[in-house]
Design a protein around this ligand. Structure first.
Ligand code: UT7
Length: 329
């Protein structure tokens, strides 16, 4: 496998902000409860006419602009999302057209909150195998479209947003992609899902009346699994590459809950200052969290050439993933 690197990062979130106090006027909750249990202060929400492809497009444009390259150079687009514009065609097709990425093929990747990590692994192998030179991995979700704003247990958690990485071959001394561990534990499929709208339970008046087109979650079951497996898989990946937690400059985990992230960091023996947390401003943007956080880390000078970065996530499925990369710009 040839060397592979992340060559650019971009992100975009819609401007409108929904604060905890706003939510407290909609459901029986409070700023104190949300802050203490999740670490979230606010989240960004897309206007009604904005869909996932619109968020994805802006993030992709930002990454291409940062790299100083054009859409025509992109070979493939991996669009990570659980909130596609439509069931089909894929949102990758819509973004390919809007972006003008005339040569690119691509597909949507559904692994919920682990989607972006899975997308990174996939892109690393497309590029590492020698068949692709520029792969855009976009994590984009408009969670507000599938959230029940009458359900206080879920509506406080999620926000909308997108981020994108450009993945390219690395030079001889540029081994950006170090390794990965991804897995699925499908026994957890029931505890976090959108029950209706697919082939199992197609849309009907009944599914709408029963509010089955929204996210349904058993919060504590997901919490416990996430704390256990996100830490374990990260430790296993580090051990596989003979790396100690202190050699990781920055851990950029999926942002689902501040308490989950800190518990994982503690289990891993990672100092909290080496773990990026920005959930307070964005909430859980599902596939968007890791690239949005990475974009922020780079923009604020927390990532430098040569730094080892650990991306880790747990999501519905359950899906679990961790990727190790060396930052190359
Ligand atoms: O990335 C996708 C994966 N999703 C996650 O990683 C989410 C994982 N789960 C969590 O982050 C947490 O389980 C939650 C933040 C969802 C909930 O926190 P918790 O500490 O597990 O609370 P809980 O579900 O045990 O609920 C405790 C109490 C309950 O009341 P009672 O039964 O003790 O009277 C809930 O009804 O808090 C109540 N509650 C709320 N109260 C005020 C639940 N949601 C709210 C709310 N405001 N928004």
């Amino acid at each position: 496998m040839r060397n592979v690197k992340i060559s650019a990062v971009g992100a975009w979130v819609p401007p409108r902000v929904l604060t905890n106090d706003d939510l407290a006027r909609m459901v029986d909750t409070s700023n104190e409860w949300i802050l203490e249990r999740t670490g979230i202060e606010q989240r960004h929400i897309a206007d009604p006419e904005v869909a996932t492809s619109d968020l994805a497009l802006e993030a992709a444009k930002a990454a291409l602009e940062q790299r100083g390259t054009t859409a025509e150079d992109v070979d493939a687009i991996i669009l990570c999302t659980v909130t596609p514009d439509h069931m089909f065609p894929s949102t990758a097709c819509i973004v390919q057209h809007k972006l003008g990425a005339k040569r690119a093929w691509g597909f949507d990747l559904i692994a919920a909150c682990s989607s972006f990590v899975y997308g990174l692994t996939t892109a690393a192998h497309l590029v590492g195998g020698g068949t692709h030179k520029k792969v855009l991995v976009i994590g984009a979700d408009t969670m507000s479209r599938i959230i029940d704003y009458q359900d206080r247990a879920t509506c406080v958690l999620f926000g909308d947003g997108a981020g994108a990485f450009l993945i390219e071959p690395g030079g001889d001394d540029e081994q950006g992609f170090i390794g990965f561990r991804n897995e699925i534990d499908g026994s957890g499929a029931e505890v976090l899902r959108m029950p209706a709208g697919g082939s199992r339970m197609p849309p009907s008046h009944e599914t709408v009346d029963k509010r089955l087109h929204f996210v349904h979650q058993e919060g504590q079951a997901v919490f416990k699994f996430a704390v256990k497996r996100m830490g374990e898989i990260s430790a296993q990946l580090l051990a596989q590459h003979d790396l100690k937690p202190e050699q990781v400059k920055l851990m950029i985990p999926h942002q689902a809950n501040r308490r989950i992230i800190l518990a994982c960091a503690d289990r891993l023996g990672m100092p909290h200052e080496n773990v990026l947390i920005n959930i307070e401003r964005f909430g859980n943007t599902t596939a968007g969290t890791i690239p949005i956080a990475t974009n922020e880390a780079y923009a604020t000078g927390r990532l430098h050439k040569g730094d080892i970065v650990l991306f880790a996530a747990v999501g519905a499925g359950f899906t679990v993933g961790a990727n190790l990369w060396r930052w190359m710009f």
